[in-house]
Design a protein around this ligand. Structure first.
Ligand SMILES: *Cc1c(COP(=O)(O)O)cnc(C)c1O
Length: 354
């Protein structure tokens, strides 16, 4: 077990916080004073360094930028009403990180480096956790291959890092979504279930095409038939049909197993919904729309919590929703945020004290 004392900590001389106003700052643009960096070499993790946020020096031959062994996570920390700092279900992100690592043939990151490292880093930069409603500290753990050699093979060397970014309210205006039936995000046997960097690069072209037509994101469909819905951008997706909440299942490994998705399933059950994790075809969605029982459609993810979908465009057909009448998604969002900000009892044991 590594204790904080085992970390090699170098502090900044002057905090950048003196020059930044934490109110309403945009997502992912500002970083705190410190970062965590640890190298993997000769089959073992070296000393964990926590040091001033700074550029990395790399060789042009560095493996990750050629062959893409690169994975990441996204977690948020909040100020609780007791003034303490809390993370939302970070153990689940830790487990998912190592699932991604295994799929990308990268080494496992030990729990004490990931969890204790994250905790020590956040404690050091705890002044950066915004104390305002809808604000938080976004935590970005990531790992990439660092061999300095051009040759396609798993790298022998890796770097694991954590950086922190204070963030204001994530502006999530209701989205117009394009149902994609040409491009593919993930196929069975692929890496869709891993938070691997290449998945996001691979999605950008199709997303840009949809944006040109005025849509905010694509809703991916299955790789074989383009018939079953998958997920949407960096969000899992839920459909409220009658008294049932349906979200695509994880068995095929084409969908990222979101922590927010899992949390939404638990809260929706508590709200009295039957929750089904299963295949859902676009035809069934259209039928439910025509029958007047497709009540709500929304995405779930750490960044925005819940994002309402006000339009779904499939071929020449647009399903439009009167989101002002929705009750479920707003209530779900409120319940999740009340737990995150310590306004409601943490009955599921999701909050992790830093
Ligand atoms: C991160 C991510 C999600 C959401 O996961 P959370 O753990 O809820 O943040 C969903 N889909 C994709 C593709 C993602 O990268």
């Amino acid at each position: 077990m590594i204790a904080a004392a085992d970390f090699n900590i170098t502090k900044v001389e002057r905090s950048k916080l003196n020059d930044i106003n934490l109110e309403n700052i945009p997502f992912g643009k500002y970083f705190t004073d410190h970062m965590l960096e640890v190298d993997y070499e000769d089959g073992e993790w070296k000393t964990v360094e926590i040091k001033p946020y700074q550029p990395l020096l790399m060789q042009p031959s560095m493996a990750a930028i050629h062959y893409g062994q690169a994975i990441f996570e996204g977690i948020k920390a909040y100020k609780g009403p007791d003034g303490g700092a809390y993370m939302f279900r970070p153990q689940d992100n830790f487990k998912r990180f190592n699932i991604s690592a295994e799929r990308m043939q990268m080494p496992q990151v030990p729990e004490d480096i990931f969890m204790e490292g994250m905790r020590t880093l956040i404690k050091l930069d705890s002044n950066w956790i915004p104390d305002k409603e809808d604000h938080s500290l976004y935590i970005r753990p990531f790992m990439f291959s660092t061999d300095e050699m051009i040759g396609v093979k798993p790298s022998d060397k890796y770097k694991f890092m954590i950086i922190l970014s204070p963030t204001g309210p994530y502006y999530n205006t209701p989205m117009r979504i394009y149902v994609e039936e040409h491009y593919v995000r993930a196929a069975p046997g692929g890496v869709g279930y891993a938070k691997a960097a290449g998945n996001y690069g691979a999605a950008m072209y199709a997303t840009a095409q949809a944006k040109k037509q005025g849509y905010d994101q694509v809703l991916w469909t299955d790789a074989f038939e383009h018939k079953y819905v998958q997920e949407c951008g960096t969000m899992n997706v839920f459909f409220i049909i009658g008294n049932t909440a349906i979200t695509p299942g994880l068995e095929q490994g084409t969908i990222l197993a979101g922590v927010t998705r899992d949390s939404a399933i638990a809260v929706l059950k508590d709200m009295g919904f039957t929750v089904e994790e299963r295949d859902l075809s676009i035809n069934d969605i259209i039928d439910a729309y025509h029958a007047g029982v497709l009540y709500e459609v929304f995405g779930t993810g750490t960044a925005a919590t819940i994002s309402l979908i006000k339009e779904l465009k499939y071929k020449d057909f647009s399903m439009k929703f009167d989101i002002d009448r929705w009750r479920t998604a707003p209530e779900l969002k409120k319940r999740l945020n009340d737990i995150r900000y310590g306004k409601a009892a943490d009955k599921y044991g999701w909050m992790y004290k830093i």
